[in-house]
Ligand binder design. Structure first.
Ligand SMILES: [Zn+2]
Length: 248
């Protein structure tokens, strides 16, 4: 579903666990122009075929997996990046001039180090593991995508749910993708290895200072998925500061 400009949202509606995915169309040079944020699970704990579901939803919007040139992971938990490698393999099928030979994968360096150190242990806790190699690391600051700088995505290092969690902010239309930092009426877990309540609080405090029109979380809650409108976003941060900050 297209939300605003060239941003498409794929909100997970299955019964088991999986993340929401977000996609920016036609921003990269070369023949694979799309950027996907958090592809999610291939198959989840209830054996729901999450990746197939994402791909068929994208196809309905006229978007093909082969046209994805960059996969950004907000963090390294398997419910956000298990499908990385499958999508990279699919992207190899497409041939054309310019750009890389396949889709590239990126995440924050602290997250890659965390994944290397805690990945196996975490896999045992979470019941699955996502194996992939990042092609480059994201840094705090502006990520210019596209030849004509069609979009400027700002990477914000927002640790707390995991050490290298990032949020992605697009100032020109007030879009903020938060991964598992903050949700509609809830916050990301800090009770799994790599979690840190004090850091999560600082990260949420920082995000709350931004001018946000669309808050796009990594998971839906009983309250909903996407928060639209500055006032609703402001209310959500106020709710979280009041109800969650004392517990973190
Ligand atoms: Zn997570």
């Amino acid at each position: 579903m297209r939300l605003v400009d060239n941003l498409y949202c794929y909100i997970w509606t299955g019964r088991g666990n999986n993340c929401n995915s977000y996609l920016f169309t036609n921003v990269l040079r070369g023949h694979r122009p799309h950027v996907l944020v958090d592809p999610g699970h291939v198959v989840n704990e209830l054996k729901e075929r999450c990746l197939d579901h994402l791909l068929s939803s994208m196809a309905k919007d006229g978007i093909e997996a082969e046209d994805i040139g960059l996969i950004i992971n907000t963090h390294s938990h398997p419910d956000h990046c298990e499908a990385n490698q499958a999508l990279v393999e699919r992207s190899r099928a497409k041939r054309g001039k310019g750009g890389a030979k396949r889709a590239l994968i990126t995440l924050h360096q602290d997250e890659a180090e965390y994944q290397r150190a805690a990945g196996e242990w975490l896999a045992r806790i979470l019941g699955t593991e996502a194996k992939f190699e990042p092609d480059f690391y994201l840094r705090e600051g502006i990520l210019n995508l596209g030849k004509e700088r069609k979009i400027n995505l700002e990477t914000l290092h927002t640790p707390g749910h995991s050490p290298g969690s990032i949020s992605l902010y697009r100032a020109d239309n007030g879009v903020l993708i938060t991964g598992d930092v903050v949700f509609y009426g809830a916050v990301g877990r800090t009770d799994i290895p790599g979690g840190d309540g004090r850091l999560l609080k600082e990260s949420i405090e920082r995000l709350s200072q931004l001018d946000i029109e669309y808050l796009l979380p990594g998971h839906s809650t009983e309250f909903g998925a996407i928060i639209k409108g500055k006032e609703k976003v402001r209310q959500n941060f106020a709710f979280i500061k009041m109800n969650y900050f004392p517990l973190l």
